[in-house]
Design a protein around this ligand. Structure first.
Ligand SMILES: *Cc1c(COP(=O)(O)O)cnc(C)c1O
Length: 395
């Protein structure tokens, strides 16, 4: 047999895929973006005020947190050298896990390489091929990925619809030994909160475990403790959400994921979770940064409240529904229209990224505006003025 140039078909495959995506305005490219400070970035040679960063407390730029990362790097090295179960479990991990558990009102915590790794590890460690998972339809992509990895039955319930969830469980719960509900605590692209009190009622009624992904909740809602602690716990107290997952990559300003839960659950995760076992531990500097950030949030809840306050100011200026988190979606629907709106704002000095399908459902392309503690009030007012005509003109 003559040899075949395999790179020819491979390249043709990639080129055809790219052409099809481009035609649908779904081609994604990386834009080099340099952080210049808490809210300013440089992109394409221009200085812009960013309303697109998840660094809600600007902690990635905080002098104390950078100093903690540098000190730990000097002391322990740039990388961790192995999985936590081999030799990567440097002494900073225990400190971080203790602080996370305390903040979340849980017995124990386990830290992962990222939020994505946490969800794709935790869900299949608890749920197997005979079991079922129910996922809010607007949950993060890595929750779906975790659900698929269980090889069990995956059901989607309508966004924030505890009644629909109950129907699904009524119809299918009896067919499975174990069941798990997973939802974002704060929805990453919509900024609304999950109705944890009703979800935990449904969970209890159907003997089903409940897990929240608080990637956008920790540090910024519920006094910095996350979605389970909103309104003093009226949104479903920490104890009623036995699996509180989240990330250290957003308001915490560092990197990594975590699960806060009971001691036996955390012990099981440590011994069975593949994304923990088969992935290298976080660099010491990253863990040290997260520790310093948690101390700051614990000691200054007023600072932690600022991003939500600024988001509420913004929604009030535009007559939109009151913000529930630092994330405010401006849904424009059409993808090209949203890209154009983002470009218009960029020309005026604001970085507000267009979010398109498949990150959000078809026909719901949007500007996703995120607020941070350091955003200037006058600047927020200026942004509201610029965004107003874009909303009014929307179909
Ligand atoms: C960002 C995000 C993740 C992933 O966390 P990383 O630490 O960035 O991997 C998971 N869930 C939600 C809801 C997120 O927004």
């Amino acid at each position: 047999m003559g040899s075949i140039d395999i790179s020819e078909s491979l390249n043709a495959f990639a080129e055809n895929k790219l052409a099809a995506l481009k035609q649908r305005n779904l081609l994604r490219t990386l834009a080099e973006t340099e952080r210049l400070g808490p809210v300013e970035v440089r992109r394409g040679g221009k200085r812009l005020i960013s309303y697109s960063c998840n660094d809600y407390l600007n902690l990635s730029q905080h002098p104390k947190i950078k100093a903690a990362a540098i000190e730990a790097t000097e002391k322990h090295g740039a990388g961790s050298g192995a999985s936590r179960l081999v030799t990567g479990n440097h002494p900073l991990y225990a400190v971080l896990e203790e602080k996370l558990a305390a903040l979340k009102g849980a017995d124990a915590a386990c830290v992962f390489g990222s939020g994505y790794l946490a969800n794709t590890g935790i869900i299949p460690a608890l749920i197997g091929p005979d079991d079922m998972v129910c996922i809010d339809e607007l949950s993060h992509a890595c929750i779906y990925a975790g659900g698929r990895l269980t090889a069990g039955a995956v059901h989607m319930f309508r966004h924030n619809d505890a009644g629909h969830l109950a129907e699904i469980l009524k119809a299918h719960r009896a067919d499975h030994p174990r069941a798990l509900i997973v939802t974002d605590g704060v929805f990453s692209m919509d900024g609304d909160l999950a109705p944890l009190a009703s979800l935990s009622d449904v969970a209890a009624e159907h003997d089903t475990w409940l897990m929240t992904d608080d990637a956008h909740g920790i540090g910024v809602v519920g006094g910095g403790r996350g979605s389970s602690f909103v309104n003093g716990g009226a949104n479903g107290s920490g104890g009623r959400v036995p699996l509180q997952m989240g990330t250290l990559s957003k308001a915490i300003g560092a990197y990594g994921g975590y699960l806060c839960a009971s001691k036996p659950v955390i012990d099981l995760i440590r011994t069975r979770c593949r994304t923990l076992i088969y992935s290298t531990a976080l660099p010491p500097g990253t863990v040290a940064a997260a520790i310093a950030a948690l101390d700051l949030i614990r000691d200054d809840p007023e600072y932690a409240a600022l991003p939500l306050k600024k988001a509420k100011d913004f929604t009030a200026m535009l007559g939109l529904a009151d913000a529930e988190s630092p994330i405010v979606p401006i849904v424009l629907g059409d993808t090209q229209r949203t890209l154009d709106a983002s470009k218009t704002l960029e020309d005026e000095g604001f970085l507000v990224i267009a979010i398109r399908p498949p990150t959000v459902p078809d026909g719901t392309a949007r500007l996703r505006v995120t607020f941070t503690a350091a955003h200037d009030d006058d600047d927020i007012a200026r942004l509201a003025e610029r965004i107003k005509p874009l909303i009014i003109d929307a179909p």
